[in-house]
Design a protein around this ligand. Structure first.
Ligand code: PNW
Length: 480
């Protein structure tokens, strides 16, 4: 029997995102992002919450670094708030030196603490002005130019301090949740009970296309003008769950399960690695899927130095009969939590969409590795909420055995993928360093390995999982 392991120098740590932790929305010149304005619309966010205070991390960088050090983490993945750096967002708008300085200081402090920074340039908080000015992602030409300019400002400001750049976090969420279901900012959808504007049948596909090209443009800028002297790597982070056929003996369910992954992940990964959209999507969406120009494709194809993988869970997938609805974005299938035999895919958590199923992690990363020619993977998010966690008394809440078990299972599955399936994985960031603003779910759902007492001055309390992570990785990482 082989004992599974992870490679020497494996880079493990924790992840967060600017709008979810920083607070200080108008300090030092920051302007609104689409999340600031979205949170002000009544009914959009549970408990009418917003990121106005969040974990107050803008004022607590030293505390957060101390937390990281305590866990033994080697790396920290965080995101930059575009509207702190260029408040109005555009390529002809002023750059805010104070915003840049805040992050440069933070990176220097991280490095001094021996923690490798992994920077996400964009984790959903588009400068609101760009949305108002020209429709944000819907205006491909403007958006790509403004994003490339923003990326260049960041590459220049951080130089060789930063070795890992992530262009976009989860474009699926920006496209589908922002422009199809309308659950996330900017909340556009065909559902007129939720939004006066939006077209779920076309806009998400336009948004995805713009993001891919903007990613490609930023990667080209980095490779042309920064990579040689700064020595970093750049890639995009894609989210996706594993898919298990509802009835393993039904070839249509088997096909649907594969199609589910194509609609969620290959939508973005196929253009990057294979230079085209998946056939299953072309077939269902036809002309609603934007066409590639040669120039766009040249930017996008081959644009990942590494594959950033966000992964949380798995589902059972059942095919649907008949024509797909115009607003269908899943691939004409049902996403279920129980299979034909009535078995649950995994235990319940606080997030309706998340039921842990560690074996799915090994299977999905192998699926991706095979389809995309064995790229180097960095897992950029993985973690869980706990059913009812917010309701527990502090002492019980800090004893988050369920989360520890989740990490043991998932990190073990990753080690199996590396050892038994030959997957090239070099890093892992757990979501999240601390409880934070969980988007439309507000503060009720917690993903942190650290408890944040929002009523008690944002005080941080490491949970059991914060303490156990170093042991989990020590068990797997090769000593030499
Ligand atoms: C990711 N879904 O989002 C994000 O990158 C994080 O910012 C977030 O806090 C974390 O996962 C936990 O939710 C997702 O509905 C949000 O399938 C929703 C879904 C998937 C990922």
């Amino acid at each position: 029997m082989t004992t599974s392991y992870l490679p020497k120098d494996f880079l493990w740590g924790f992840a967060t995102a600017s709008y979810q932790i920083e607070g200080a929305p108008h300090e030092d010149g920051r302007a609104d992002s689409i999340w600031d304005t979205f949170c002000r619309i009544p009914g959009k966010i549970a408990g009418a919450a917003s990121g106005d205070v969040a974990c107050d991390s803008y004022h607590r960088t030293a505390e957060d670094i101390a937390l990281l050090k305590e866990t033994g983490a080697k790396s920290y993945r965080f995101s930059l708030s575009w509207s702190r750096i260029i408040p109005l967002g555009g390529r002809n708008d002023p750059v805010n030196e104070k915003g840049i300085q805040h992050y440069v200081n933070f990176v220097d402090d991280l490095s001094a603490a021996g923690i490798e920074p992994l920077i996400t340039l964009f984790h959903w908080d588009l400068p609101d002005e760009l949305h108002k000015r020209y429709g944000g992602f819907l205006n491909k030409d403007e958006f790509v130019k403004d994003y490339e300019n923003y990326a260049r400002v960041c590459f220049k400001a951080f130089g060789s301090r930063v070795k890992f750049w992530i262009t976009f976090n989860e474009p699926w969420c920006s496209s589908i949740l922002g422009y199809s279901t309308g659950l996330f900012a900017p909340g556009r959808t065909s559902d007129r009970s939720k939004s006066a504007e939006g077209d779920s049948s076309t806009e998400p596909w336009i948004v995805g296309h713009s993001i891919l090209i903007a990613h490609g443009a930023a990667v080209k800028a980095y490779r042309d003008d920064f990579k040689a002297k700064d020595g970093g790597q750049i890639g995009i982070t894609l989210n996706g769950d594993w898919a298990v056929p509802w009835d393993e003996n039904d070839p249509q369910d088997v096909e649907a399960a594969n199609r589910k992954i194509e609609f969620a992940i290959s939508w973005f990964a196929d253009p990057i690695y294979l230079g085209k959209y998946p056939d299953s999507m072309l077939k269902q969406l036809g002309d609603r899927l934007p066409k590639w120009t040669d120039e766009e494709l040249a930017l996008v194809k081959g644009s990942n130095d590494f594959y950033g993988m966000n992964h949380y869970c798995a589902n059972y997938i059942r095919h649907k009969e008949g024509e797909p609805a115009k607003d269908d974005f899943a691939g004409n299938l049902e996403i279920l939590y129980q299979n034909k035999k009535g078995e649950w895919i995994g235990p319940e958590t606080q997030s309706v969409w998340l039921r842990p199923h560690p074996l799915g992690f090994r299977k999905l990363i192998k699926w991706l590795s095979d389809r995309y020619g064995s790229p180097t993977f960095y897992v950029t998010e993985n973690g869980t909420s706990l059913k009812g966690e917010s309701q527990l008394p502090l002492e019980q809440l800090l004893d988050d055995e369920f989360r520890c078990e989740y990490f043991r299972g998932y990190v073990g599955a990753l080690a199996d993928a590396h050892t038994l399936d030959g997957v090239d994985v070099r890093g892992y960031s757990a979501w999240s360093l601390m409880d934070n603003f969980e988007w439309a779910e507000g503060y009720e759902t917690r993903f942190g390995v650290t408890y944040v007492d929002y009523e008690g001055g944002q005080k941080r309390y490491p949970k059991k999982s914060a303490k156990e992570m170093a042991q989990i990785f020590a068990k797997y990482i090769k000593k030499e």
